[in-house]
Design a protein around this ligand. Structure first.
Ligand code: AMP
Length: 138
């Protein structure tokens, strides 16, 4: 299994396709998931290429998990959530659909039903507003 630099997140990182960006630093980018499972569902990706957790450099993982924590705290605050789920899939059998390492951040309300993974495309105006709320909560 090798890394393919033509995956959609690599294209987002290169600015070849648009995204609703929330946070960026030297090593990582956070942006909205276009098929959110809850309001505020966002993703954190490293700028360096690896398929998933299995082939990632531990130093890269350290940066990504620190930003995931930062985004989880912002998501909890911005969406008045009661908890935050962090999801991460490795290879097709485990549900991975985009082969560039990423962590899903889902702010969850008590009793909330979480929509299916890779379900329906969200309205872009709503995603832009949610990205703005997350940026304000950072
Ligand atoms: P995974 O199954 O963990 O690989 O998840 C990939 C995620 O990327 C899914 O939740 C998709 O909704 C999301 N996704 C796919 N294309 C895009 C895109 N262009 N921008 C933002 N999120 C995307």
């Amino acid at each position: 299994m090798t890394y393919d630099a033509n995956n959609i997140f690599a294209k987002i990182l290169r600015g070849e396709i648009p995204s609703h960006k929330i946070y960026e630093d030297e090593h990582t980018l956070a942006f909205m998931d276009v098929m959110p499972q809850v309001d505020g569902h966002c993703l954190v990706v490293p700028k360096s290429g690896s398929r998933n957790l299995l082939d990632a450099d531990p130093e890269v993982l350290a940066h990504v998990i620190a930003v995931t924590q930062k985004m989880a705290r912002a998501a909890l605050k911005a969406f008045n959530a009661d908890g935050v789920q962090i999801r991460q899939y490795n290879e097709t059998a485990a549900g991975q659909t985009v082969f560039h390492l990423h962590f899903h951040i889902l702010p969850v309300l008590e009793g909330q039903i979480i929509k299916p993974h890779s379900g329906k495309m969200a309205d872009h105006i709503a995603l832009a507003k949610q990205a703005e709320a997350l940026r304000a909560a950072l």
